[in-house]
Write a protein that binds this ligand. Structure first.
Ligand code: SF4
Length: 77
């Protein structure tokens, strides 16, 4: 299995396609980020404000298969 990493300005998304059960929670929840008609189909750059990043976290948390995961950026020191 291969988990792919998609970088965003506030949070990143990782995706393991082999796990996806195609429930479409992601594309219905945040179509600006998840668009299966586009390559790459995940574009976290659309979540470019704290509110949108939080929405992205919530949508990813609803992924029933575990295919999608959030990868938080390291905190600045
Ligand atoms: S929410 Fe998860 S399981 Fe559903 S289509 Fe998206 S990646 Fe696949």
């Amino acid at each position: 299995m291969t988990r792919k990493h998609y970088r965003g300005p506030l949070v990143d998304v990782t995706d393991e396609r082999a796990l996806c059960i195609h429930s479409t929670e992601c594309v219905r929840g945040m179509p600006a980020v998840f668009d299966t008609g586009r390559r790459p189909w995940i574009d976290p750059t659309a979540a470019d404000t704290p509110d949108l990043a939080e929405q992205l976290r919530e949508v990813v948390a609803r992924c029933p298969s575990g295919a999608l995961q959030i990868s938080e950026h390291p905190a600045d020191h």
